[in-house]
Design a protein around this ligand. Structure first.
Ligand SMILES: *[C@@H]1O[C@H](CO)[C@@H](O)[C@H](O)[C@H]1NC(C)=O
Length: 250
């Protein structure tokens, strides 16, 4: 009799535990989806089109999202039909190794545009604990508008941003100084203003169009602009003179 009572109790407790685990996983999924949706809304706006890049298995794409999305598996050959250069990306990368591979594939794809991709906005969804390696993987391409959402075991997401143009971050080479936010209703993502203190780091100015006449007026003003922006040097990335000579440089 004790044995059967014990068995009954055991079976009952086991079932409750299973239910509990199931419910808390579901809750976490809902939390994660609403976190990702919130970050997407603040980064791109409610209805702007963005590209969602994943690696074989989509983990974090919210099911209820109004934006038009292009979904690409980074591990499959990238289609050549996607090149309209809407430079807004969400990238799922479990760790920094995956992110480096994905960035390389993006760079080699028809989606990559030598100027507008650099000025684009990137949301990186990752489980990587070494945040410096994540920022380095993206800053390497002169991409400055980066929002990380980090899902460590059991958490619903931390939002991390950083300014590469600081001495603490080695002007982008050694990321160290990060801003953390909880991914809740108080989330406020601020993007870096182009008119800011560059803390004695070099900066680039991109010119997209070979017929942009501002180029010849800006050049003599560079020393003044350098002073205002507190930068050591401004390097002007000039446009290719002919479209077919468009260089894909970093
Ligand atoms: C320029 O940047 C350096 C390095 O971060 C900083 O120490 C200095 O105060 C900055 N100057 C101005 C005028 O903001």
């Amino acid at each position: 009799m004790w044995a059967s009572l014990f068995l009954l109790l055991f079976a009952h407790t086991g079932k409750c535990l299973a239910d509990f685990a199931f419910i808390s996983n579901l809750d976490r999924d809902v939390e994660i989806q609403s976190c990702v949706a919130r970050v997407i809304e603040q980064t791109f706006g409610l209805s702007r089109r963005f590209t969602y890049i994943y690696n074989d298995y989509i983990e974090y794409l919210p099911s209820a999202i109004a934006n038009p999305i292009i979904v690409i598996n980074a591990r499959k050959p990238w289609s050549h039909h996607y090149n309209f250069y809407e430079a807004m990306y969400v990238i799922e990368a479990f760790d920094s190794g995956t992110l480096r591979e994905t960035m390389k594939a993006l760079k080699e794809s028809t989606l990559w545009h030598p100027h507008s991709t650099r000025e684009g906005k990137f949301v990186i969804l990752t489980n990587e604990k070494d945040l410096a390696s994540i920022f380095r993987a993206v800053w390497k391409f002169s991409i400055l508008h980066v929002v990380l959402v980090v899902f460590e075991d059991g958490t619903n997401g931390k939002v991390v941003t950083s300014d590469p143009k600081t001495q603490e971050n080695g002007c982008g080479l050694t990321p160290k100084l990060f801003d953390y936010q909880d991914c809740d209703a108080n989330l406020a993502i601020k993007f870096l203003s182009p008119m800011r203190n560059y803390n004695q780091c070099p900066v680039f100015i991109d010119f997209h169009n070979p017929y942009d006449h501002r180029l010849k007026y800006i050049k003599p003003l560079l020393p003044v602009i350098e002073d205002v922006l507190n930068t050591t040097s401004i390097r002007v990335r000039e446009p290719p003179s002919k479209p077919e000579m468009m260089a894909v440089g970093e």
